[in-house]
Design a protein around this ligand. Structure first.
Ligand SMILES: [Fe+2]
Length: 281
């Protein structure tokens, strides 16, 4: 057993990097927060203690670090990938491991990074692990990642309803996913626990809908009435009209044509608030 100290600057650097990588894809706003929340719910239902819940919380939040090695052209392609492009995408867990391997917190995040595209039937990537050779971190992150991808909009389809996403998880029991973990996730879905996560980018941080593109705009937690927000997809600029917890976006008539991904300070503050002083592995 090894005790690892969790210093703020270590967390800040990781979350800043993970959030700016997420922001490169206009269709994944809030994805890493939601994947982390779904993962922790599933980890708790599985019976992980608080120490291991934090490992899962952090690992699942940074699982796609390796996407920094995938070009924008491939990452945001609006259509099927060629074999060559898919080969590049398949490398992202390995690239994530290479980025993280010298980081002090790597022991906490490595399995979510390396194994979130492995499948229990052994046909996943990058290592074609199967069954029990995939860790609990990898198996849980895979379910949470897929559920969020299905219930989020894509350029080529709207978000799927929760029931349809859950049926797809069920169909993949024993193929893509661990059957027992899928059953536990279905039991969580029967409660109301997914509702505060779906369509959110943080606690009480509802994704805002671009009138043209769908629910893609991640507001800062402290956003004020009258501020200007930009849609990451169409780059339209909108004025926020805030009344309590409800927001309306009014198109200003201008589009900048470019969107610059930035680290998510709200997410960094959220993680720092919840961090543990030490983790034992
Ligand atoms: Fe991934």
């Amino acid at each position: 057993m090894k005790k690892i100290e969790i210093h703020n600057h270590l967390l800040k650097s990781l979350i800043a990097l993970a959030s700016v990588i997420e922001a490169r894809d206009p269709y994944t706003g809030g994805h890493i927060w939601r994947v982390s929340r779904y993962s922790v719910l599933l980890g708790m239902r599985y019976g992980l203690d608080k120490n291991y819940q934090f490992v899962l919380e952090l690992g699942s939040m940074v699982h796609d670090l390796g996407k920094v090695g995938v070009s924008d052209g491939i990452l945001n392609k609006n259509g099927p990938l060629s074999d060559q492009e898919f080969q590049v995408v398949r490398q992202h867990p390995v690239v994530g491991g290479e980025i993280g391997q010298n980081h002090t917190l790597y022991p906490l995040i490595r399995y979510s990074i390396l194994e979130h595209h492995e499948r229990v039937d052994g046909t996943g990537y990058p290592a074609r692990l199967d069954g029990d050779s995939i860790t609990i971190w990898g198996k849980i992150t895979a379910i949470a990642d897929t559920f969020d991808a299905l219930t989020s909009p894509r350029p080529y389809r709207p978000a799927l309803p929760v029931d349809q996403a859950l049926s797809i998880l069920s169909e993949e029991k024993g193929k893509q996913f661990d059957p027992h973990l899928v059953d536990l996730f279905l039991s969580i879905a029967k409660s109301d626990k997914l509702t505060p996560i779906l369509g959110h980018a943080g606690e009480n941080r509802l994704l805002l809908s671009c009138p043209a593109c769908g629910p893609l705009i991640v507001p800062r937690p402290d956003i004020q009435d009258g501020e200007i927000l930009q849609c990451p997809s169409c780059t339209g600029r909108f004025r926020v009209h805030r009344a309590g917890d409800t927001f309306q976006l009014e198109f200003t008539g201008s589009k900048s044509g470019v969107y610059v991904p930035r680290p998510d300070d709200g997410l960094i503050r959220y993680v720092l608030k919840r961090k543990r002083k030490t983790v034992t592995l």
